[in-house]
Design a protein around this ligand. Structure first.
Ligand SMILES: Nc1ncnc2c1ncn2[C@@H]1O[C@H](COP(=O)(O)OP(=O)(O)OP(=O)(O)O)[C@@H](O)[C@H]1O
Ligand SMILES: [Mg+2]
Length: 280
């Protein structure tokens, strides 16, 4: 990303700090609630069944995330990170166990209720962005707002503000096929953040981004966390991003374990182990 775009993104983030007093007052909450749980998984298990072949991926996994908490999940390729996020975001059904978001057992909702709940409470950043190819960047970002019933004029205006915040206001009329991989990723991030949800589930949000752009995205996530007390569960191979979160966990053998030592040397060791596992 060139320096002009970098500067634009930095300015927009700064503007956002100023604007928050006007745009986010209703939701603003600078102190994190003590005990409220935003997200909880109890004894979550998932196996994939293909004919006679069973592939166990997650096994009795427990996790509790407080409102406003930032949690990073690392783990080698194929360990089940995307599977876990899909269950957490009610995009797939567990083999066993429960997922609560703001106290609601999401897998007990009907399909229609689940879709509405997802729209109102969850922002999902997919590993492979899943943008709608026939719509512009601005229309893609506006979509969750249109689904919840905002007027097209308001939805497109809010989408444009969010695109500015990810440094893409100059690409708002481009379709995904006319954007670079990192730009598509940023459109997907803007789409997940536009409703200011209480929980963001992010699958490799900075996977396609250069260092400077990734840094700006962290700042945007942190701003949202501080201003609307959004909780984040972020799957990442980016250990710089992981180290900035409140808590780091490792998914291994179907369970989540605390990554107790987050010193740079240990994170480097974890990264090397991940690379070796992926190469073998
Ligand atoms: N629909 C499916 N049917 C059968 N097996 C599947 C299915 N989806 C995923 N798997 C298997 O489940 C395991 C976990 O997959 P998942 O996509 O969750 O891994 P991941 O940790 O996100 O990996 P990566 O870091 O490469 O994105 C993998 O071994 C994968 O092959
Ligand atoms: Mg994955």
């Amino acid at each position: 990303m060139n320096s002009k775009v970098n500067n634009e993104m930095a300015n927009n983030l700064n503007n956002n700090q100023v604007k928050k007093s006007t745009t986010m007052n209703a939701n603003e909450n600078t102190s994190k609630p003590e005990a409220a749980l935003s997200f909880e998984c109890r004894q979550l298990s998932k196996s994939y069944q293909q004919g006679p072949i069973t592939t166990p991926v997650l096994s009795n996994l427990d996790l509790a995330v407080k409102a406003g908490e930032l949690v990073a999940i690392v783990g080698s390729s194929g360990c089940g990170k995307s599977t876990f996020l899909h269950l957490a975001g009610a995009l797939d059904t567990p083999s066993a166990g429960e997922v609560f978001i703001n106290g609601v057992n999401i897998h007990q909702l009907s399909e229609k209720q689940r879709a509405k709940f997802r729209n109102q409470h969850i922002g999902f950043i997919y590993q492979f962005h899943h943008l709608m190819m026939e719509f512009s960047a601005q229309e893609n970002v506006a979509m969750p707002l249109l689904i919840r019933g905002d007027s097209p004029k308001d939805a497109l205006a809010q989408a444009q503000v969010m695109l500015e915040q990810v440094g893409l206001s100059h690409r708002s009329h481009h379709r995904p096929s006319e954007l670079s991989g990192g730009e598509r990723q940023r459109v997907a991030i803007a789409r997940a953040l536009v409703t200011k949800p209480s929980l963001i589930l992010a699958d490799e949000p900075t996977g396609n981004l250069d260092f400077d752009t990734a840094k700006q995205i962290y700042q945007l996530l942190q701003t949202l966390n501080r201003t609307v007390n959004t909780s984040f569960v972020i799957v990442t191979h980016d250990l710089t991003l992981a180290a900035k979160m409140d808590r780091q966990l490792r998914l291994e053998h179907g369970h989540l374990k605390p990554l107790a030592d987050t010193s740079p040397s240990n994170l480097e060791q974890v990264q090397n182990e991940q690379r070796q596992a992926e190469e073998s």
